[in-house]
Structure formats: C-alpha cells, structure tokens
Design a protein around this ligand. Structure first.
Ligand code: NAP
Length: 253
C-alpha cells in the first residue's frame, strides 16, 4: 500500500485488465482517478464502485488513437479534480496476431494508432499541466516485446519498441523540468490480451499455460509503487516486473 493521498491520476485503457487494476491500486492508495477507455459502461461501473467504497473516480469515453479524446480526458482531470499528477499510458491491443506475409496494412495502422500514437497523445496532452505544476509522473506500459522478437507479433513488437523510445525521449526532454517518465514491462499477465494470444496459437507465448501469468492486481500495485519515489530508479527506461527484486520491493513476494 502506497500513499498517493491528494494526487490525481489518469489511466487509459481502464475498462479491464491492467488498466482497471491500476485504477483500483491508485484509488486504494488515496489518489483520485480519471478512467479513460472506449467501453463507457465498464468504466462508469468501475468508477461508481470506487465512489461507493469512498474513493473518488470519474469516467470518460476515450479512444486514445484520437488526440481530441485524450486531451478531453486530461481536461476532465483538471476541471473536476484540479490537477494531474500521474498518467498511466496503458491502453494497448495485440489483435490481429498475424505473420508478416499475411498481415493487413489496415490492421497495422490500427495497432500503431492505438499503441504508439495513443502513448504520444497521452504525453502531449499531459505535459502542459505537468510543466505548469513542475511535477508529474508518466508510466508507459511496455512489454518484453519492446526488445524481443516473436513470430506473428511484428506490429506489437514494433509498437512497444516505439513506446520505449518515447519513454526515453520524453525523459530526456522533461526530467530536468520535474516530470518523471518511465516504462513498466509487466511480464505475462492474466488478462483478455493473453486469452487472445492463446487463441492465436502462433508463437511460444500462445503455448504458455495460463497458470504462469501473474494477476493484473500485481501490475496495478507495481504501477502505484512506480508512482512513488521508488520509480526514480527507472526514469527513461523500462522497469521489469519479471525481476524478483522489483517484485519484493513492491511487496508482491
Ligand atoms: P486487455 O485486458 O485487453 O485491456 C486492454 C485495455 O486497452 C482495455 O481497457 C481497452 O479498453 C483499452 N483499449 C484498447 N484500445 C483502446 C483505444 N483505442 N482507446 C482507449 N482504450 C483502448 O489487455 P491488458 O493485458 O490489460 O493490456 C494493457 C496493457 O498492458 C497494453 O498496453 C498491453 O500491451 C500491455 N501488456 C500486457 C501484457 C499481458 O500479458 N497481458 C504483457 C505486456 C504488456 P476499451 O476496449 O474499452 O477501449
């Protein structure tokens, strides 16, 4: 349990999986949170549950591939909650998994629009209020795919490599201005994305037994931990949740 009392967070892709877990960990630690995703019913339900438990959460329908939507989510944080301290650029997709020779250019566009441009949109929209505050933490959800290659995942691997590059560039530009930017590579996590990967049957990750995946709640806690000063060790790089030392520091094992 970490202390984020008085802080305001925005989490993209908050309707399920890692994003929902991040929302629940951050609100448990005292933060007020804006949930952004396309599944409006789901984010409104989760926000209501948090409010019923005494927390503070707002929901906004948001497609991260559209800059105006992301800007509106940042504006909501500022207008309703007064500031923006933590941005979790989590929204991401892997479907359709396909070998390069059968991949469709329009599918590539979609994955790049969400996984890469979505993260850029978050950085771009959040930076002004964070520069004004002279503080802020941005956590980009990365993957081992950022540096590894897997059959059928060319779109996903290329997109996560780009996200790692964005983490590095944003850190270079903003660290001295008080904005902390880092990535989190969670390992394999029991979410809808792993169900889709298993169904594809295309590479060794799809052959993993579901029991090896970590629960999304672990990733939520790691995000909450990175948002504390502990995250300073990972500025401009990816923190790996496969690392036993990180798991211990977060309090997971
Ligand atoms: P998930 O359960 O499939 O959730 C994906 C989330 O992204 C959903 O909330 C979805 O919400 C949102 N999303 C997708 N497209 C969006 C868009 N255009 N605009 C806004 N939100 C969008 O997958 P997950 O495992 O939690 O994945 C979360 C992040 O973790 C992704 O970046 C993924 O690459 C990364 N990751 C996952 C694993 C893993 O093993 N699961 C491993 C490494 C990295 P809506 O559909 O409601 O918009």
């Amino acid at each position: 349990m970490f202390d984020h009392s008085g802080k305001v967070a925005l989490v993209t892709g908050a309707s399920r999986g890692i994003g929902e877990a991040a929302v629940r960990s951050l609100t448990k630690s005292g933060a007020s949170v804006v949930l952004a995703a396309r599944s409006t019913t789901d984010i409104e339900r989760i926000a209501q549950e948090i409010c019923d438990e005494g927390g503070h959460a707002e929901a906004i329908s948001c497609d991260v591939s559209k800059y105006d939507d992301v800007e509106a989510a940042v504006s909501l944080a500022l207008s309703r909650l007064g500031r923006l301290d933590i941005l979790v650029n989590n929204a991401g997709v892997i479907e359709p998994v396909s070998r390069l020779e059968t991949s469709k250019p329009s599918d590539w566009d979609k994955v790049i629009d969400i996984n890469v441009k979505g993260v850029y949109h978050g950085l771009r929209a959040a930076v002004e209020p964070m520069l004004k505050q002279k503080s802020g933490t941005i956590i980009n959800i990365s993957s081992g795919a950022a540096t590894g290659a897997l059959e059928g995942w060319s779109h996903y691997c290329a997109s996560k490599a780009a996200v790692l590059s964005l983490t590095r560039c944003a850190d270079k530009e903003w660290r001295e201005k008080g904005i902390r930017v880092m990535g989190l590579s969670p390992g394999t996590v029991a979410t809808e994305m792993q169900v889709q990967i298993k169904a594809s049957g295309i590479n060794p990750v799809s052959q993993l037994d579901p029991s090896v995946h970590i629960p999304a709640g672990w990733v939520g806690e790691a995000i909450s931990w990175l948002a504390t000063e502990a995250g300073d060790a990972y500025l401009g790089t990816d923190c790996s949740l496969r690392d036993e030392g990180v798991r211990k520091a977060v309090g997971l094992i």
